[in-house]
Design a protein around this ligand. Sequence first.
Ligand code: ASP
Length: 342
Amino acid sequence: MNQRSVLIIYTGGTIGMLADPRTGALRPMDLAHLEEQVPELDRMNVRLGSRSFETPIDSSDMRPADWVRIARIIGEQYNAYDGFVVLHGSDTMAYTASALSYLLEGLNKPVILTGSQLPIGTIRTDAKENLITAIEVAAGCDEQGRATVPEVAVYFEYSLYRGNRTVKVHAERFEAFRSPNYPRLAEAGVHLKYDRSAILPYREGALKVHDRMNDQVGVIRLFPGIRAEWIQHALSTPGLRAVVLTTFGSGNGPTDAVFIAALRETRERGITLVNATQCFGGQVEQGRYTTSQAFVDLGVLSAKDMTVEAAVTKLMFLLGQGLGADALAEAFCASICGEVTP
Ligand code: ASP
């Protein structure tokens, strides 16, 4: 079989950072710095190419336009490589992975996001293993040369996850990600063990790169004692198109009349409301308790077992497609690429 090829797309993040000599704060460095630190790359039996953001960024500065920028690079280089590794800060990696999974329609090659908790130049870094194994996954294929993981995934600390199912769960541990409602796609030990039943099936066909996201989306996290005026104020933001309410348990919220009236008035203005749970695992079941019945009555959409990251980016993506309220509601509740259990 021909040598496999992987394009590394460097966007920034801790993996390529160095400490500022004056303040000690970490700041992104260029791709050359990163490559210098991993001489092992030359020994891999994979042809590597690279692209970099002109100015690498901390992922806290990622915006929807940057997700589109990454998707476009993949689209332009799609036929030249067998797989793609996106080097990215871990803080907002779950959002980027979710957005890319929607933007890259018909993807049948691996797009593996990875990064690290310690910069690649530090002695105890987790970056090298993450990078090397991510490349191995991106290059993986069967005897016919079809990708083993034809989807957007996150590789971090010996685990491969479906990208749009991930959540960053730890600010310090190397094991920084989890996929609370979906099994791991692979585990890396002595062998790379794939769970083929969890991976999206390979499909023939062309890639379509979408390039529009609409950021008129908000998130309101409920808490006991949240003031209805505050919610009313947030919901009356000019231009707002959709809001994710992060609710308690299986999708419950206060029954306070002012709160419900604010939601009703918002729905009457044609704004889409989504109910996503604050719980780490499990799913929204509207109507199970009386404290979620109002959401059913008001036509609030259930995010079911989607992560907040997957729900927010899905709304941005669907609004970007110019869908009207009904089509948007239907598309939101269906699975685009495995982000929700049907
Ligand atoms: N602040 C960094 C970022 O997200 C953290 C990391 O890379 O892990 O860019």
